[in-house]
Ligand binder design. Structure first.
Ligand code: GLN
Length: 322
């Protein structure tokens, strides 16, 4: 038996989650650069995008924040679409690291391998693979166009964020050059890191991330623009990457408690994908110790559990449009 979930029931769960957690003050903004530290901590938005493109939202869903590591999903999809699923597996990998997103140790443990495009190492390698190799401007255009197509509208570069990320990304420089040493950077290393840093500095809204999630949930067909963004056979592969490492060293705990593959970023955004059902995004700047938004996690978990949805269940649910 499939549970029929009405749009009004989803709306109710979204509203309840918002009201339940809006005053939660746990966690703190990323503070490694002033831009992120200074984003108002009380911002909170939740957005769900349904397979017909309809958005169910509450709170600060139009606030533009740093996409940060959520962008790793988008560029992984682009690279898979350009190179094929097999090449992504060969050149980067599809494994969990069980370690923080910026771990150098993870690269050494794998003996030369970045493991997955959804941690810093693999994401920098992914940027090096974006075609056309050798042309920074055209690669950047491809990255931004791809995010635009997934979101149904363009992201906007947050220049101040980009400048501060660039001025402080010493650890990512180490990762880049270590990968270069292992022949895992497929373009100019500095250029690849710059593209990665710039994509992390794109501004996005919770509404846009919900549409991205819904496009992934919909086998690459954007439900709002009706554009087929990537080869539909790649969707399940991309979701498998998210499920495996979307919350870094806490991915198992996340899946166990939420039942939905999701990807986080230190800007406070979380994007979840329930294939065939919906995309969901939540945004709130304060983070837990692993760099994952506290309120976004609480909200998505609450919505999944109160609707009785779970990617691992036999009954994944079906939305009815009344
Ligand atoms: N720009 C950040 C970094 O590379 C992104 C990290 C994140 O969102 N987890 O360290």
């Amino acid at each position: 038996m499939i549970t029929k979930i009405s749009v009004s029931k989803i709306q109710q769960a979204v509203n309840e989650a918002y009201n339940k957690f809006k005053d939660n003050k746990d966690g703190k903004n990323a503070d490694y650069i002033p831009f992120l530290a200074n984003v108002p901590s009380d911002l909170f938005g939740i957005s769900v995008c349904l397979p017909n493109g309809q958005l169910i939202e509450i709170g600060d869903t139009k606030y533009v924040f740093g996409i940060e590591s959520v962008s790793k999903v988008h560029t992984a999809a682009l690279v898979m679409n350009q190179w094929g699923a097999e090449e992504l597996l060969n050149k980067i990998g599809a494994d969990a690291t069980g370690l923080p997103f910026n771990s150098i140790f993870a690269i050494l443990l794998e003996n030369d391998h970045p493991s997955t495009p959804l941690v810093n190492a693999g994401a920098i390698t992914a940027c090096s693979m974006v075609k056309p190799v050798g042309d920074s401007a055209k690669k950047w255009e491809a990255i931004v166009n791809n995010i635009t197509q997934l979101a149904g509208s363009a992201p906007k570069l947050l220049d101040e964020l980009y400048k501060s990320e660039t001025a402080t990304n010493f650890n990512n420089k180490s990762i880049t050059w270590l990968l270069k040493n292992y022949n895992r950077i497929y373009d100019d290393p500095d250029m690849s890191l710059d593209l990665y840093t710039r994509q992390c500095s794109l501004g996005i809204t919770a509404s846009q991330l919900a549409v991205c999630g819904a496009t992934l949930a919909n086998d690459g067909l954007n439900p709002v623009t009706k554009t087929q963004v990537f080869d539909p056979t790649l969707a399940s592969k991309i979701v498998s990457l998210i499920a495996t490492v979307g919350f870094y060293e806490h991915t198992g705990d996340w899946l166990y408690t939420s039942g939905i593959p999701a990807k986080t970023g230190v800007g406070g955004g979380v994007m979840g994908v329930l294939p065939g059902v919906f995309g969901i995004a939540a945004f709130a700047p304060p983070l837990d110790g692993s760099g994952n938004s506290v309120r976004a996690q609480l909200a998505i978990k609450y919505i999944m559990n109160s609707l009785g949805l779970n990617i691992f269940g036999k009954n994944r649910g079906e939305i009815v449009f009344e």
